[in-house]
Design a protein around this ligand. Structure first.
Ligand code: NAP
Length: 271
């Protein structure tokens, strides 16, 4: 018999990186709701303080760069000071744009340091800390850009593909020890990061609407819709899911071209 992720009703802690805003903040809030003590990690100390203050003593902040191994050690120590570490979410990321003809070694190193090394460091430390208890669930936030190419995302998409593969490797190596590891691949989600990529020359509202048309659901996603998936993966409800790549993109990556949908050809009417 194997030991699985313990019931969240028992005191458990979880680390969430990039938790000060966007998807990470939504994950931190949802995990606190689900009973975890959350260690929220970010570079942005002010936004982190605001988040932690809103979580009524159920969260602790660790200010640091995920590109530094020591940040993850400090986060793990802070989590274990509260309760056994049972969840770890490598979410911190940056949007880094540039095609192969544009990038410099510094650009590539900066992107990989945050997006790939950050997730690898976090995953490696999470595994080490979870092994003695033979239980835990790790989630790495990848992107649909890890499985589909987007223009001028040379570094970002390479790192996101790596993040999904790291998760599979850990799932295989440590599944026998009761540690699960999965990747979540979001599509366009309304966060501060998305604002940097919206089409120019129109209002933000129109730009969000235009971006939403890229998905068959006809809209972009909200951070809470990714947080729900992550919370599921950290719970016993997902106890047989290990090494999966879970896409949450409103169907954007399911189609090849933006063909007109039946609803656009002949709008359905509600009776
Ligand atoms: P966001 O709004 O920019 O929030 C990311 C947070 O991570 C920020 O608080 C940021 O701090 C922090 N951060 C950045 N670099 C860090 C570092 N080296 N160490 C510690 N913290 C760091 O981004 P998001 O949209 O929520 O994205 C979260 C994750 O989802 C990322 O991995 C992203 O690649 C992925 N994702 C996002 C989308 C989307 O459409 N939004 C789609 C697919 C995947 P600063 O603001 O101070 O830099």
């Amino acid at each position: 018999m194997h030991t699985e992720l313990s019931n969240v009703h028992q005191p458990s802690s979880a680390v969430v990186t990039g938790a000060a805003k966007g998807i990470g903040a939504a994950i931190a809030r949802k995990l606190v709701q689900d009973g975890f003590h959350v260690v929220a990690v970010d570079l942005d100390a002010i936004a982190l303080d605001t988040l932690v203050a809103s979580l009524n003593g159920n969260a602790t902040s660790v200010v640091g760069d995920v590109g530094d191994w020591s940040t993850h050690e400090r986060a793990a120590d802070a989590a274990e000071a509260y309760a056994p570490l049972r969840g770890w979410v490598n979410n911190a990321g940056i949007d880094i744009v540039g095609g192969a003809h544009e990038v410099t070694p510094e650009h590539i190193e900066r992107g990989l340091r945050v997006l790939q090394f950050g997730s690898m460091y976090g995953t490696a430390i999470a595994v080490r800390r979870m092994l003695p208890g033979q239980a835990g669930s790790i989630v790495n936030i990848s992107s649909i850009q890890g499985i589909k190419a987007f223009p001028r995302y040379f570094t970002y998409q390479a790192a996101k593909a790596a993040v999904a593969m790291i998760s599979k490797g850990v799932a295989v190596d440590y599944g026998p020890c009761g540690i699960r590891c999965n990747a979540v691949l979001p599509g366009s989600i309304e966060t501060p990061m998305l604002d940097q990529t919206l089409p120019r020359g129109m209002s933000r509202e129109d730009a969000i609407r235009e971006q939403g048309k890229l998905a068959p659901l006809g809209r972009i996603g909200q951070p809470e819709e990714i947080a729900n998936v992550v919370a599921f993966l950290l719970s016993d409800a997902s106890s047989f899911i290990n090494g999966a790549e879970i896409v949450a993109d409103g169907g954007a990556s399911a189609r090849c071209f933006a063909y007109p949908t039946p609803a656009e050809i002949a709008p359905f009417t509600r009776s």
